[in-house]
Design a protein around this ligand. Structure first.
Ligand code: ATP
Ligand code: MG
Length: 237
């Protein structure tokens, strides 16, 4: 059975919790980087953008989602849990509040928790660019790969220019993941009303049911970091 086959939770989750606990993994502990190298994490790091290679899912709601997904995982051939069907996250916030950081942090935290994971990440704009029909490229196959991937990050939903075609692609992708109950991490700068206007009511309706909403507020962290750097430089001048 491949790791993207959805599995029910329940007894399996309990067995997994037992396996992890017997290995000394505390499912309620805050996920931090391991002392021992984890091969799956090391392999994943190469696909994570440099800026987010140390990201940690430190938002309580994202950390709780990581725990829930890790606990619902199905033990695989070597004992490591695979990803089961489960809930998705809609991470909402204005520019620079840490949405992309939390999304990659969640992937890293799952790998650190020992979850066997096949995942893909794209921004909505890259997704549409990649799938746009062109000679010699099988966009349909690509769409199905993303639709079936056990864990998918869709970053910046609602930020790309929309059209009937982008609405249709988004609907086909989200509808398949909604039907299969595959965990999806979606980030957006838009509130639900604007998102609905951008991606269409049918996608928005599915997102409302399938996702837990995490709202990131606070200032633009990029500007805060820049101000801190300026202050440090001024203090040491
Ligand atoms: N919890 C965190 N701890 C430390 N650094 C963080 C945290 N969250 C975000 N950052 C840093 O703040 C900056 C902005 O974060 P990020 O790129 O995730 O924001 P964003 O909400 O995705 O912004 P945008 O809407 O423009 O895409 C990055 O440099 C990121 O590494
Ligand atoms: Mg971002």
């Amino acid at each position: 059975m491949r790791d993207h086959d959805a599995q029910p939770v329940g007894g399996i989750a309990r067995r997994l919790a037992h396996i992890l606990t017997s290995r000394g993994i505390d499912l309620n502990a805050k996920v931090t980087d391991p002392v021992e190298p984890i091969p799956a994490l090391q392999a994943a790091q190469a696909r994570i953008p440099a800026r987010y290679r140390a990201a940690v899912a430190d938002h309580p709601a994202v950390a709780a989602w990581v725990r829930e997904v890790a606990q619902a995982g199905r033990p695989g051939p070597k004992g490591a849990p695979g990803l089961a069907e489960g809930r998705s996250l809609l991470i909402v916030g204005t520019t620079g509040t840490g949405k992309t950081y939390q999304a990659y942090g969640a992937v890293r935290s799952l790998l650190i928790a020992g979850v066997r994971l096949r995942w893909k990440a794209t921004t909505a704009a890259d997704l549409y660019a990649e799938l746009r029909p062109r000679p010699g490229h099988d966009g349909e196959r690509e769409l199905m790969d993303l639709a079936r991937c056990p864990l998918l990050i869709i970053d910046d939903l609602g930020a790309a220019k929309n059209s009937e075609w982008t609405e249709e692609i988004t609907m086909r992708l989200i509808n398949r993941r909604y039907n299969a109950m595959l965990p999806t991490l979606i980030t957006t700068n838009l509130g639900m009303a604007d998102l609905r206007a951008h991606i269409g009511d049918r996608v928005a309706s599915r997102l409302t049911e399938m996702t837990d909403k995490v709202i990131l507020d606070g200032p633009d962290r990029r500007r805060t970091l820049a101000a801190e750097r300026r202050n440090t430089a001024a203090a040491s001048a």
